[in-house]
Structures are given as structure tokens and as C-alpha cells.
Design a protein around this ligand. Structure first.
Ligand SMILES: Cc1cc2nc3c(=O)[nH]c(=O)nc-3n(C[C@H](O)[C@H](O)[C@H](O)COP(=O)(O)OP(=O)(O)OC[C@H]3O[C@@H](n4cnc5c(N)ncnc54)[C@H](O)[C@@H]3O)c2cc1C
Length: 382
């Protein structure tokens, strides 16, 4: 099945942008990604290259240093990378960090950091998860207290995407341990200038081998008063919640594009592979499996296109975004598993994209709020 690039939200500008993005992904991301998978992280210079080519924070307005695109421009880049199983450049987390600044930062914070995120000088990360607190964000133990004109942070984080290369991290900490959700604040940490900040080990993951995922440590880490996102204490939980539809839709976009890429690669392989004197495609089992998969992919595409349009209009609600994250990531895992089966033993090797897609897909059901948490969120709206 050919991938339909005329999505309902596309237009001439987006079509032209897609052509630019495809050239960038095939010519530049693909070799950088292969190297990143060997090293456990991208070459930091590649982030600046992506910035130079206008690929970063594409939906940040020009008045804040961006290129003035919209969510659709972000989506196109995510799609073209995910379709090819190239996930080392984690622009999703980078863009979400930029969105915190765009939506909640003071004008000074926006002016100071956003242009440098757009250029790739500062790689963005978000640090919520701790060894003792993942799904239950309110039980984090990282503590921030004021000492004169400075904040002092103590604690640690784990599983932080872009953690090694990040120049700017949104760190979630408790400013009042007795105030529940209202005691949580977000701090903007410029890593190069922060005493007491330390990056721990690169976590040895079963997939996403080109993405740097690390532990972080804060030992009497001192930040200026101006590092508090938005300048107001206790707003962190609300700030995080406000951006959930955006984050969850990005995960859904990656899932659907990965399924489309996997389906296209499997159809091509099944046509080519000869077994028992005929092409693998000619077996009824293959045709039926691929028909089922194509149907799931079409359903996913239709749903995610709806979410993309609504994120772009600012109308997507958290429940629907959670449904998108849940359904698309569960279906991605199922589809890619079925596709891999059709590759036989070759599917289990690193010589074919499908193997990499299989291990990379697994985390989609866990991060960004696990799928069990998605069900909690959805059930609250029933
Ligand atoms: C590759 C990777 C990248 C990541 N990137 C980031 C990042 O950039 N920033 C960041 O802050 N974090 C990041 N994370 C962390 C990720 O968001 C957490 O792993 C995730 O939220 C789950 O938390 P946990 O691992 O502590 O699992 P736990 O919260 O301990 O959950 C364990 C199990 O219990 C289930 N569970 C928990 N609560 C409930 C409930 N109420 N009802 C039913 N079941 C429940 C979960 O669904 C899960 O199956 C990343 C993780 C990985 C592996």
C-alpha cells in the first residue's frame, strides 16, 4: 500500500516542506543515526546542523526566534524519521521543552533560550522521572529551596532523553513538599553554567540505541531566582498538564508513521522473498495478515490526522490525546511484531529496519505516561 502523503491537514506549503524534510532525513539524518546507534548518542554538531537547516522547533513563532511554522511542520519531520526507523534525533522532547518556554516562560526566558533552541545550540530535555517516582509524579523527591537570591536543588532523575547532550533541561522539583500538586515547580537549568549539576551514566536500553538516555544528579545545584519557569512557584503541575495533548499526539504520530514504514517495507519484502517456489506474498496467510495490518494502519492514520488537526487548532482535549497515545502505541507494537514475523529470521537481525523498529516500538507504551495511566485518564472522563 502506498503511503498517502496527502493528509487532510496538508496543503501546498506542507507538501513542499515534506520534500525538504525527506531530503534532510535521507541525506543527513540516516548517516548520523547509524553513527549514533554505535555511539549511544548523536554527534552534538548534528543538532546544530539540524538547526541551521531550520528543522528545530518549527512551530515556534518568528517573534520568539522560530521559523514561524505550525504543528504540521513538526509532524512532518517526526513522520519522515519514524517511517524510516530513524529515531536518534529526539526533536519531540526538544520541542516539548521549547513549548514549556513558549507557553509558560517569561518574555526574558523566551528571549534568552528559544532562539538558541531553534539554532540547535541548546538541546532541550525534560526531567521529571526519578528512581522512586515515574507514573506517580507527585511523589518526586527532588527539592528546591530558596537561599537568598538563589534556588538550591538536591535530588536525582533517571531515564532523561537527550540527557547527555542537553544544554537546557526543564527540571521538575518540589518547592513545597506539603502542598501536593501545588508544591511542584519547573526550573530551567542551563547545564553548562550550573554548579552542582552532573550527568550520570548512559542507560543501556534494549532499543533506541542512538538516543542518549541518562541519569542526572543535582548536588546543591545553584540556580538564579530567574530560573523558575514563568517566575511563579507551585505552577509546575499545571504547566506540565497543559502540554499533554501536544506530547501525546507526537507519540501517536511516531507510532502511525512507524507502522506505515513497517507495512511498506514488509510488502516489498514479501513480494521479493521466494519460499516453496513462490513469492511469500502469494500465500493467503501473508495476504490476510497484510490486509489486517493495512486496515489498522488506515484506522490509525485517520484518527491521528484528526488529532493533528485539533492540536494545530488548539482544540484537542487530554482524553482524546490519551486515546491516541494508547491506541496508536498498542497497535504499533502489534503491527510491527506481525511484520517482523513475515521477515522470518531476517527480521530478527540488525540488517533489516524491521528489527530495529521492533525494539524501538516497545517504549512507546511506557513513556509519555504509561498506557495504564492513559486508561486511568480516559476512564475519568467516562
Ligand atoms: C527510553 C526512555 C525515555 C524516557 N524519557 C524520559 C524523559 O525524557 N523525561 C522523563 O522525565 N522521563 C522519561 N522516561 C521515563 C518514563 O516516562 C517512565 O519510565 C514512565 O513514566 C513510567 O514510570 P516508571 O518507569 O517509574 O514505572 P512505574 O511508575 O514504576 O510503573 C510500573 C508499572 O506500573 C504501572 N502503573 C503505575 N501506576 C499505575 C496505576 N495507577 N494504575 C495501574 N498501573 C499503574 C505502570 O503502567 C507500569 O506498567 C523515559 C523512559 C525511557 C525508558
Amino acid at each position: 500500500m502506498a503511503i498517502d502523503l496527502q493528509a487532510s491537514w496538508s496543503d501546498e506549503d506542507i507538501q513542499a516542506w515534506r520534500e525538504t524534510v525527506v531530503r534532510f532525513v535521507e541525506d543527513e539524518v540516516a548517516p548520523a543515526d547509524a553513527l549514533a546507534r554505535k555511539n549511544g548518542h548523536l554527534d552534538p554538531a548534528f543538532w546544530r546542523r539540524a538547526g541551521e537547516l531550520g528543522m528545530l522547533c518549527t512551530d515556534i513563532p518568528e517573534s520568539m526566534g522560530g521559523i514561524g511554522g505550525d504543528f504540521r511542520h513538526e509532524v512532518v519531520l517526526q513522520e519522515e524519521m519514524a517511517r524510516r526507523g530513524l529515531l536518534s534525533l529526539n526533536t519531540g522532547v526538544h520541542s516539548i521543552a521549547a513549548h514549556y518556554l513558549m507557553n509558560h516562560g517569561t518574555p526574558e526566558q523566551q528571549a534568552r533560550f528559544l532562539p538558541r533552541m531553534v539554532s540547535g545550540e541548546l538541546v532541550g530535555a525534560i526531567a521529571m522521572t526519578e528512581p522512586g517516582a515515574g507514573s506517580d509524579l507527585q511523589s518526586i523527591r527532588t527539592r528546591a529551596r530558596l537561599d537568598g537570591d538563589e534556588w538550591v536543588l538536591n535530588g536525582s532523575k533517571t531515564f532523561i532523553s537527550n540527557g547527555l547532550l542537553a544544554g537546557l533541561i526543564m527540571v521538575v522539583a518540589k518547592t513545597d513538599p506539603h502542598a501536593g500538586a501545588k508544591g511542584i515547580s519547573i526550573f530551567i537549568v542551563e547545564t553548562a553554567q550550573t554548579p552542582g549539576f552532573r550527568v550520570g551514566r548512559l542507560i543501556d536500553k534494549i532499543g533506541l540505541h542512538g538516543q542518549d538516555t541518562t541519569e542526572l544528579f543535582f548536588e546543591d545545584m545553584r540556580l538564579p531566582r530567574s530560573a523558575l519557569l514563568g517566575g511563579q512557584e507551585g505552577r509546575g503541575f499545571a504547566q506540565l498538564m497543559g502540554d499533554l495533548p501536544y506530547e501525546r499526539t507526537i507519540i501517536g504520530v511516531i507510532s502511525v508513521a512507524a507502522m506505515e514504514g513497517a507495512l511498506a517495507a514488509t510488502v516489498a519484502y514479501a513480494r521479493e522473498r521466494q519460499v516453496f517456489g513462490q513469492s511469500l506474498m502469494e500465500f493467503q496467510n501473508t495476504k490476510f495478515k497484510l490486509a489486517e495490518i493495512a486496515t489498522l494502519v488506515k484506522v490509525g492514520r485517520t484518527f491521528i490526522d484528526h488529532c493533528i488537526t485539533q492540536v494545530n487548532d488548539g482544540t484537542l482535549d487530554t482524553t482524546t490525546a490519551s486515546m491516541a497515545k494508547l491506541w496508536c502505541s498498542e497497535t504499533q507494537a502489534r503491527v510491527i511484531d506481525e511484520c517482523l514475523q513475515l521477515f522470518g529470521g531476517y527480521g530478527y537481525t540488525n540488517d533489516y529496519m524491521i528489527g530495529r523498529m521492533y525494539t524501538d516500538a516497545r517504549i512507546q507504551r511506557i513513556y509519555g505516561g504509561s498506557n495504564e495511566i492513559m486508561k486511568e485518564v480516559i476512564s475519568r472522563a467516562l
